[in-house]
Design a binder for this molecule. Structure first.
Ligand code: HEC
Length: 134
C-alpha cells in the first residue's frame, strides 16, 4: 500500500517536473532568442509563478476561465502589445489581491502569496512592462 502511494507520488512528481521544464522554462528561454519576445523571467519570478499561479494558468488547465485570461506558458509567444497588457493585468491582480482567487484560498490558504512573493511578481511585471514600452 505504502509502496503504491510512493510510486504514484514519484510519478506525479516526475510528470510535474517534465511539465515545468519542458513546457514552462524552455519556452521562456526560447523566447530570449526570438526577435519579438523580449521577456525574461528570472528564477525568483518563475518559482512564484509556478508555485502559485501556473496550475490554473496554463494551456492545459482544467479551468477554462483561467486559461482564457492568462496562459503563462504562452507569455513569451505574445506580441509586444499583448504582453504588456498581460503583464499589467498580472501586476494589477496581485496588487489588488484578486489572485489567487479568494474562493480557492478559502480552501487552500497555503497558496496565498506572501508579501515578499507579491513584491517579486509586481516589481517584475511592472518593470518588464516599462522596458517593453520604451
Ligand atoms: C485556483 C486557480 C487560480 C490560481 C491559483 C490563480 N488564478 Fe488567476 N485566474 C483564475 C480564474 C478562474 C480567472 C478568471 C476570473 C474571471 O474571469 O472572473 C483568473 C484571472 C486572472 C487574470 C486576469 C484578470 C483580468 O481581469 O483579466 C490574471 C492576470 C491572473 N488571473 C493572474 C494570476 C496570478 C498572477 C496568479 C498567481 C499569483 C493567479 N492568477 C493564480 C484562476 C486562478
Amino acid at each position: 500500500m505504502k509502496t503504491t502511494f510512493l510510486t504514484i507520488a514519484s510519478l506525479v512528481f516526475i510528470a510535474g517536473l517534465l511539465t515545468i521544464t519542458t513546457g514552462f522554462k524552455t519556452k521562456a528561454i526560447q523566447n530570449e532568442v526570438s526577435p519579438e519576445g523580449l521577456l525574461t523571467i528570472p528564477d525568483s519570478v518563475n518559482t512564484v509563478l509556478q508555485n502559485k499561479c501556473f496550475d490554473c494558468h496554463n494551456s492545459n488547465s482544467e479551468s477554462m476561465k483561467a486559461k482564457m485570461k492568462l496562459k503563462l506558458d504562452k507569455l513569451p509567444t505574445l506580441s509586444k502589445r499583448k504582453l504588456v497588457s498581460k503583464l499589467d493585468a498580472i501586476a494589477e491582480s496581485v496588487e489588488e489581491k484578486d489572485m489567487p482567487p479568494e474562493k480557492f484560498l478559502a480552501k487552500y490558504p497555503e497558496h496565498a502569496l506572501t508579501d515578499a512573493e507579491s513584491k517579486i511578481l509586481t516589481d517584475w511585471a511592472n518593470g518588464a512592462a516599462d522596458v517593453l514600452m520604451k
